[in-house]
Design a protein. Structure first.
Length: 311
């Protein structure tokens, strides 16, 4: 794993950058949280137990998948099986043909529209879908109230909830990696619901998690917020976000008055709307005045999330 040090923003500029990212993330999240969670129309937000169970399945299915397709898959499963999906998923397995019909309806004959076959090392998309559905089924059978379980963990602390979701031996069969981004995302979603939607718990959002996918990592590298960049050995300008997550989290945690989950979302939205890998729209980007790449540094601009930079 090659690393290189680069010029960085000064402390004041970095703080301003993170505060701007948080504002972008907060504005997006307040407007779009229901769509991001892909809550189906037939599921009331006040049915707290059902919402939490649905989101667990939604996040389990999301890993390695096309996000829009996974949203559609989760909604279609709920619309087909209703409460049975959330409270007696073993019956869904008994109605395998119906579940298979939903999977093919959304993902095509082989499911490759949901999960990219070539990226899975020979694992069929259907296998991925089935073992995650099975992990959800087994977990649900072991609990009486997921709502109470989640609330008890949050009362201990946000990290307690994250560690539970990450380390549960049953859910572990559905996650990807030792520190799955999916468990971090689900933790943030639950915190948002309990604190910002249901107003049940006064939670400090500074305790929330960062996902730090490739797009988020790219923003920290291109702007100059991050000093040490990790990148792929065979493709020198493609960053390795997972290897920089701890450093990025540390930068955010020492910055006062910012929420990690909102900074993360803000960085993702900047990457999605302005800071594309190959032809970024720097002059219209809200970070332009605080970004070293935007100010003309080609050494910073070369960092990309997934595509090889064309010199």
């Amino acid at each position: 794993m090659p690393k290189i040090k680069q010029e960085t923003l000064d402390a004041q500029q970095r703080e301003q950058l993170l505060q701007k990212l948080e504002k972008i993330g907060k504005r997006y999240w307040e407007k779009n949280w229901k769509e991001s969670m892909a809550l189906p129309e037939g599921l009331s937000i006040e049915d707290k137990e059902s919402v939490l169970r649905y989101l667990l399945l939604r996040v389990l299915l999301n890993q390695q998948g096309d996000t829009d397709k996974v949203k559609e898959l989760a909604r279609e499963l709920f619309n087909t099986f209703k409460e049975t999906l959330l409270y007696n998923p073993s019956q869904v397995e008994q109605q395998f043909e119906s579940a298979l019909e939903v999977f093919h309806k959304v993902g095509g004959q082989r499911g490759s529209e949901i999960y990219r076959v070539g990226a899975l090392g020979g694992i069929k998309p259907l296998s991925l879908f089935l073992y995650r559905l099975f992990a959800f089924n087994i977990f649900i059978c072991t609990i009486s109230s997921f709502y109470s379980l989640v609330k008890d963990k949050i009362n201990i602390g946000v990290s307690a909830l994250w560690e539970f979701l990450r380390d549960d031996p049953i859910l572990d069969g559905g996650w990807v990696g030792n520190d799955p981004k999916a468990a971090r995302m689900l933790t943030n979603w639950f915190v948002w619901l309990f604190s910002g939607v249901w107003n049940e718990l006064p939670i400090d959002l500074s305790e929330t998690m960062m996902i730090v996918d490739g797009q988020v990592g790219k923003i920290f590298c291109r702007t100059g917020a991050l000093e040490t960049v990790s990148y792929e050995k065979t493709r020198p300008y493609i960053i390795l976000a997972k290897d920089m997550r701890k450093d990025i989290e540390s930068i955010v945690k020492v910055t006062p008055r910012v929420a990690p989950m909102l900074v993360d979302e803000g960085a993702f939205q900047v990457a999605k709307n302005w800071c594309s890998d190959i032809q970024p729209n720097c002059h219209n980007c809200p970070l332009f005045s605080l970004c070293l790449a935007g100010q003309g540094s080609k050494k910073h601009l070369r960092w990309t999330a997934y595509k090889k930079f064309e010199t």
